[in-house]
Ligand binder design. Sequence first.
Ligand SMILES: C[S@@+](CC[C@H](N)C(=O)[O-])C[C@H]1O[C@@H](n2cnc3c(N)ncnc32)[C@H](O)[C@@H]1O
Length: 295
Amino acid sequence: MNTDTLYNERISLLKTRLKLLEDKPEETYDSTLRALWFAACGKPQSAESAMMQDLPELNEECVTILDELIHRRINNIPLAHITNRTRFMGIEMKADKRALIPRKETEILSKRALEISFKFPDANVIDVCCGAGNVGAAIAFYNPGARVYVADLSSEAIELAQENIDLLDLNERVKVMHSDLFEKFMNDDFFQKVDLVTCNPPYISSFKVSKMNSEIAENEPDLAFDGGMLGIKIIQRLIRETPQLLSPGGWLVFEVGVGQGTMVMNLLIKSGLYSNVDSVSDNQGNIRVVLAMKK
Ligand SMILES: C[S@@+](CC[C@H](N)C(=O)[O-])C[C@H]1O[C@@H](n2cnc3c(N)ncnc32)[C@H](O)[C@@H]1O
């Protein structure tokens, strides 16, 4: 079958059978089909990367595989779990069931954190709740002076984070740790020595986690979303525990859920532990990142 006909038929199928998710705006019908097309011929890549390259011709065997992959996607398996690829801050990384699929919105956090990291000659950075390792990996990738520790409570997530650090050849400057928030950092090696703490914490209230879209709920770990009864369990710990680690003039930068920004900024101010409390909003004007400097 000619490539155009094949493409148009599969796009029509996706349009009638697949519901796109708002929190993965890079996944359109075209980018989904293109990513599956590349995966079917053994060249897996993210949806964004697949949009930048010419599609290869598919032989009969690859068309059969493509149709199987489309079937899986239509049956709610996330695209990144089928291709095992995602793209974060322009970097191709591995993604799978072991951790949250990095979201585009988290690039707001990474970009701001990266800018702050350049204020320090050899920034000493901790990224907690690291999941696939994307935030810490992006800082180390773009700031060659940064030394980064990435840590998570989930053993599965840190396995994946380590694979991403290996893939990006960042082992010399990024260390992966298993830690309940700062548990493994509460010692003299880190007290007052960290220039930047980053975090994309779980911030959805437990009640809302139970009502999440089934594609997300069935395929991504609850631990990545569940922020306790009010959604701010980890954020409260972050605000309380980070100052012990920060060097004078060090920064805490973290993502918050839509609608949480003002309340979280007030918590930072009320704690009396920080100055320069600030925020970064998305294109719709929602505060999505909150930052503060140690007093
Ligand atoms: C929203 S996900 C963020 C993952 C990744 N940083 C990203 O941006 O895609 C939150 C992460 O926090 C981790 N987590 C939850 N509770 C934690 C805790 N007490 N200590 C460390 N990590 C925790 C989860 O395992 C999950 O990987």
